[in-house]
Design a protein around this ligand. Structure first.
Ligand code: PLP
Length: 347
């Protein structure tokens, strides 16, 4: 890996971060807080939240097998994605490489930050070769974005190629693991110490059932995390979110039960889809959704909307012609979908 200083935008490297009132006081137990121009009434919402989310990090660290210094929390993983661009990519000069198709936010954040985005088509199995991504890089390529299990294809990326990329690329490799809790493949987190250029993204939005609270996680070397902390909004994760996440972390059995149920429903729904006359092909998945190739995806999509059932039409996405992306719902929701699709006539 190149020295981090070389990968970081010079202005960010030189930046002295905003110092909030709560940053400057530390150590002693205080009880009178007259430092932050808060209203003394309306506890607890009158107080600014912990800018570095210490209590939450102390709970997540053992769960994920990492050190507190390896953790960044953001307003969704979308914040961490945006911070990769803001921290490392010089607008109008640098570029990033990504697999295609994949999650749309990498490209949106690249464009917002005026950073060239270089998508590299996956093969027909929705896999990539490290060498083909590497052939797209140049001296201004700061990061490569991977997503495993990948959205919208659902499959996990080949571990050997991911590791090959981490070994051979001298910039940052972002591995988005939003769906890792539904996957049989192990997380890259265990290899965090082995790869100083690795950034792993996870989220509370999927398996944890907390999309509304907006809490995403980035795991990386303490040096990379320190750069994120330097440029993030001081209070990027609000108190209500921190409290709700702490509450969820006290009931991990609940999350495991949801995941088990969704995996059972996923197997059932995919088996039923394979029997549907309107379904041409079901793709293997490691996530809480799957891709189904239909006879006339757009017609079926529109029909389902009229029935009050919304799926994601991915027919215009590369390598996904006539594909619908189906999120696994409750048993009742999945049954409603199947019942509607059984009525579709195919000539
Ligand atoms: C859903 C999803 C996320 C989640 O983003 P949040 O901002 O944490 O809600 C991240 N990455 C991928 C690939 C996703 O599909």
């Amino acid at each position: 890996m190149k020295p981090l200083k070389e990968l970081t935008r010079p202005n960010v490297w030189a930046l002295k971060p905003y110092s909030s009132a709560r940053d400057e006081y530390s150590g002693v137990e205080a009880s009178v807080f007259l430092d932050a121009n808060e209203n003394p009434y309306n506890a607890p919402n009158n107080r600014y939240p912990d800018p570095l989310q210490g209590e939450l990090k102390a709970l997540i660290a053992p769960l994920k097998g990492v050190d507190v210094k390896n953790i960044f929390f953001g307003n969704g993983s979308d914040e961490a994605i945006d911070l990769v661009f803001r921290a490392f990519c010089r607008p109008g000069i640098d570029n990033v490489v990504a697999i295609d198709p994949t999650y749309g936010m990498y490209k949106v954040c690249a464009e917002v930050n005026d950073v060239e985005y270089r998508p590299i088509l996956l093969d027909v199995y929705y896999q990539f070769k490290a060498s083909s991504l590497l052939s797209a890089i140049d001296e201004n390529t700061k990061a490569i974005f991977l997503c495993s299990p990948n959205n919208p294809t659902g499959n996990s990326l080949c571990r050997k190629e991911v590791e090959s990329l981490l070994n051979r690329f001298d910039g940052l490799v972002v591995v988005d693991e939003a769906y890792i809790d539904f996957s049989d493949s192990p997380s890259m987190l265990k290899d965090l110490d082995k790869y100083p250029n690795l950034i792993v993204l996870q989220t509370f939005s999927k398996a944890w059932g907390c999309a509304a609270i907006r809490l995403g996680m980035a795991f990386a070397s303490p040096e990379i995390i320190a750069i994120f902390n330097k440029i993030k909004y001081p209070y990027n994760v609000n108190l209500l979110t921190q409290k709700e996440a702490i509450r969820m972390l006290q009931r991990p059995e609940q999350v495991k039960e949801w995941v088990d149920t969704l995996l059972e429903e996923r197997a059932r729904l995919m088996k039923e889809f394979a029997q549907l006359p309107c379904c041409k092909r079901v793709f293997p998945t490691d996530a809480n959704f799957f891709l189904a190739q239909m006879y006339e995806a757009t017609q079926i999509y529109n029909y389902l909307v009229r029935e009050g059932i919304i799926v994601r039409n991915r027919t215009n996405v590369a390598l996904c012609k006539d594909c619908l992306r189906i999120t696994i719902g409750t048993k009742e929701e999945n049954d409603a979908l199947l019942e509607a699709l059984r009525k579709v006539e195919v000539e």
